[in-house]
Design a protein around this ligand. Sequence first.
Ligand SMILES: Nc1ncnc2c1ncn2[C@@H]1O[C@H](COP(=O)(O)OP(=O)(O)OP(=O)(O)O)[C@@H](O)[C@H]1O
Length: 819
Amino acid sequence: MGGGPRTFPGGLSKWQYKRMHEKLARQKQRGLIRHEKQLYLARLRSEIRASRLPGADAAAPPGEGPTSSRAHIRALADRFRKPGAEDLWNEDDGPLRRAKRPSTSIPPSGQQRQLDSGKPRGGANWKDWEDLALEQPRPRMEAGAGGKGPGLAAFNPKREYRTVAPWWSHWNAPSLGFFGPKRCYSVMSPCTVSWQLGVGLRPLGAGGLAKARNGTDETALALFNQERLYSVAARRFGRKWRPDSSDEDEEGATTPKRNLRFGKFGASSEEDSESDESGDTSTIRRRWSSAALRNCDMKKERRVLKSYEEESNDLAGRIRELREEIKNREVLGTERRRYESRGESLLTSKRFDECGISPLTVKALADAGYVQTTVVQEAALPICLEGKDVLIKAKTGTGKSAAFLLPAIESVLNGMKSNTNHRVSPIFALVLCPTRELAIQLTAEANVLLKYHKGIGVQSLIGGTRFKLDQRRLESDPCQILVATPGRLLDHIENKSSFSVRLMGLKLLVLDEADHLLDLGFCKDIEKIVDSLPRQRQTLLFSATIPKEVRRVSQLVLKRDHVFVDTVGLGAVETPTKVQQSCLVVLHELHFHMVHRLLLEHIDREVDYKVIVFCTTAMVTEFMYIMLRDLKLNVREIHSRKPQLYRTRISEEFRDSNRLILVTSDVSTRGVNYPDVTLVIQVGAPPDREHYIHRLGRTGREGKSGKGILLLAPWEEYFLNEIGDLPVEKHTAPDIDQEIKQKVDDSIKIVDMSIKEAAYHAWLGYYNSIADIGRDKTMLADLANRFGASIGLEKPPAIYRKTALKMGLKDVPGIRIRK
Ligand SMILES: Nc1ncnc2c1ncn2[C@@H]1O[C@H](COP(=O)(O)OP(=O)(O)OP(=O)(O)O)[C@@H](O)[C@H]1O
């Protein structure tokens, strides 16, 4: 019966303990929403302020201008999947509509200096600078901007999450060069982009680091190419840098974020000390904003720099150190570009034995054929080994796994050195990943790296296995590194107090495929898990894609001074360069026929073919598998409806073979390393851009070539907008001859009716959840019925009333309700 202890920490029963956790989770969720509301208000304030700045653009070009207030609050609502999140708004919060902007021209700098307070800003009074920083939009660095902030047209929301640009741009900015990194909390709305302060406003007088280095602001801008930086600055300035300053343009973001962090995951005393307020400055701030915005800007709390002036004295020294760092980083950037331009390999000239890792690990690496590091390993290892929190973005198949497994092994070695008196060995490193297949793969990889480390063990905790067996394994076998999926890990944390005790020794937490782990599907579990871990730990987040929302949420698990390493680079394509991507638009009734045709063509061309076919849902995957099997193709299936043992067996078989086709759902989308996949076919629109990139990333790994085909129905073409920046070529679909069509139709007929019905239900559920399609229910029902007919259902299967209600499909024509 359930296993696990009868009492939990604090003498609570299992249910009390569970309820307590749930309550805490609810409180956190509320905190998060409060935080979002404050962000929204801050956004509103900065918009109003922007509209009041002389030179603000009257109209932003569509798609490039700032998000409207409405769009923003909708985005907040979306982010938290709370339809009621719009209710966060209330009348006291200020006007909903955007204020009009007075003029489109950029004023002369002198005029700009006056700003709204009417006070000249030429003096070197710190309070004035403070005000100015708060009033002025933070300049953004844009190549070729010549030291001026970009106009609205140049604003590109995709550029918001760059390594260090936001505050580097302070250095580049002719006038704001003197502002310390802490000043990133100043007003910055995407719409407030016209800034042009007088050159005379620079206390350092040297034009900032960039100018000092290169002589001109133009070259300085070029110097601060994102690709080279890898957040050097953060390392120097430690906790004073807030990388989110680039993505959070709202001035008020700091305080709520701080509060949230405390509320959510607690904060170290170090962070506490940072959050002190200075009464003086906040008074000035309030006076200004109250005058300008009345009740719309009544925020009382504001993080004010405690030792700001103290720090600024030391600025020159820091600049020197930064220059040094940049020089080092430049070497790395050049090297990487060289490799990429040659298109040969992602390996760099740096060897593992130069990375400061244990010689036993180096030996194991050499046995596995790893001698040189890949780009991401070269960039990540020094920072990870230094003990910093890191968020790392690198393309699929570039060796991220080793980049975090190696620091994990080092953290165990360090931990074992310092912890000798433990009765039960603590778990020193925890790797969280979204799928079971990935967890098994990572465990195997870690075992390879641990070959010569006797007494250090790695284990996996994944769903689909027996809880009791896990427990026994954890107790009997060494386990200093744990690779887990969130759900099963949480089961152990909540049900086995001795397990939680072992986690108290944790030194390193890794979130692989961090974007997925931090999205809404997993976010709550991750919060609970992180809550039960010691706060004094290092956290590493790895992913090939890091969407804006995730970048924000990631701040909750990372320390404030974390480093963002982006090896993809500004404006670079996120997909492997050697993968040829194409899209075919075909009536969805013909998708199965087209898949068959494409497979035959590919098999004819590639002797050692290895193909993955991604379907939208588990049941559609099963349908596709049965159909292709009947067509005598060498095919296997993996999806969530299959038992774990089966999934593991098929996964291993597919990894080790070629001349095989794997039909799968999204359980194989991320991280799974199947070498030498020659073709990836994605049938139907993926849930989002990230899914497309990760699925495609199953081919073209380790710099090899590959092919990706996206099969869309005409009504799914909207998805092409989401991947418009990727090199996807739209091709005309080949004709399907009558003979092939007949063969496929015959195979469809043999599929069991219950599978067809389940496929229909799953299809309906999937597209109902996709906003672009699910919003028009009548059209959705019609499309679903056409899909049903194409798989041989004479009439659409009925769905439960409750399900129909939940999906918003009750009383929709074409939807049959089960009596
Ligand atoms: N330094 C190295 N030298 C040679 N091969 C390497 C090296 N590092 C990784 N590899 C190989 O590169 C392949 C991809 O590695 P890995 O699975 O870690 O990529 P990834 O970036 O995690 O991919 P994904 O984003 O899909 O999770 C693996 O086959 C791995 O063995």
